[in-house]
Design a protein around this ligand. Sequence first.
Ligand code: SF4
Length: 461
Amino acid sequence: MKNFKSDDKTSNRPSDTITTHVARYENMLPVGDPAYYFTNSEKSATTCERFWFYEYSRGYHTDGVGTSLTYGVILHRLLEDILSVVQEYNIPHCLPLLDDCYKILSANLHDYIEEQQEHINEYDANFESELLLRLTNSLQGWHDNFSKILEEWDIVAVELPIYKDVTLSTGETTASFNTVYLPTSTGGLTRLAQLGEANNMQGFYEIVLNESDYDLMGYTDDIDLRLDLDKIEMRKIELPVRFLGKIDVLLQHKEDEKRLAVLDHKTTASCDRYESRARYDTQLPTYASVVNSMIKQGKLNTVPEGAKVDTLIYDLISNKIGAAPTPLKSGKLSSRVSCPSYLFEEAIESLKLEKKDYTEKLEELRDNDSKFFRTIERDFLSDDDFVIRSEIAATADFLVDKHQKLSATNNASRSNIYRHVRRNSGQCDRFGRCKFSAICLANNTKSAILKTRSKIYWTHN
Ligand code: SF4
């Protein structure tokens, strides 16, 4: 049996020497504080307990992400850099010139791709140039659309980390998690804290499922060990449970400084479909609620006292923007082309064609531009705030309960673990042909499942 101890106040390993690491939130306050953080993505993943288990508890990773997802992530990074210029130079009401946006794109694209490299399994030599072309074709449409948003709103913050301590149904704001300490004899690594339960919230270590039991195995270059779990000292420590998020843009109304909006950039295959589903979105309402509670608690001093988020803005960008039209054999442009109007206009100019010959086509394309770029605004009311606060608390309850149940199965068989994480097969399609179907469902082709570092892990200072 493993050796569990309750938190020992005389220990030379107090819980406050623990540092939390959360993917995508590195170096952002308050991440680093000893806490159990969960994000909106984790909250959404709980729709299927099994999906949550693979993604967040096991930290499984499947074959590379699709190119449309890569495109979305890289476009997002580009917009973050463009808007950071606004913040850096404190010009909250206008964007950099379009030409400067193109410069930011060409100067950084390679770095953006490098950042995503580990998620992209295979791409050919044309990947970067194709991506450059797609992003270049999108920029003007996004720039025009976002400039209209800035006619009504000013930018307060870009990529703003937000957080909130969550009260559990027990009335507590902390929960106990097991910690694994490694023996000092492991060479250099004197000890590592591993929170959550031993087997299900791995930090640097991978738990390998054997027929009858678990082993703990290091999997990074600098760790090469296998340990008998019986010899690992475990103790329980208390951690605050916190929701964590990052807002793309926080906006303030030009005519009423107490009115705020949270904005998220969204790439989508269909703006129409996104708009029809936007009312089911829980991400932006969640962020709005957390911002409002931070303001109430005086944790957001960049906005005036009494300010409140009352608007949600979805900045939609189609990921299906084709290339600028090319001429037919006749030298003219086809009237059947579908692209943003500015790409068609550029083609007219570069081919030195007569603009008046395309008046009708240009009008048709302008009417159609909202197919590619669109802004959706939704109200965020006090009643919404109440519903979301309850939902965040219910998710915290779920996560703490699951982790605690799973930790009780340290030495149990796989079937015992799966008893705690039920499948919700109704979600398999919703997650875009779920990436875990190979290990979760019987009638799927088996594919590689990789173990990666968990999205959240803890170390001792
Ligand atoms: S395949 Fe279906 S049931 Fe299994 S994890 Fe994915 S969504 Fe859940």
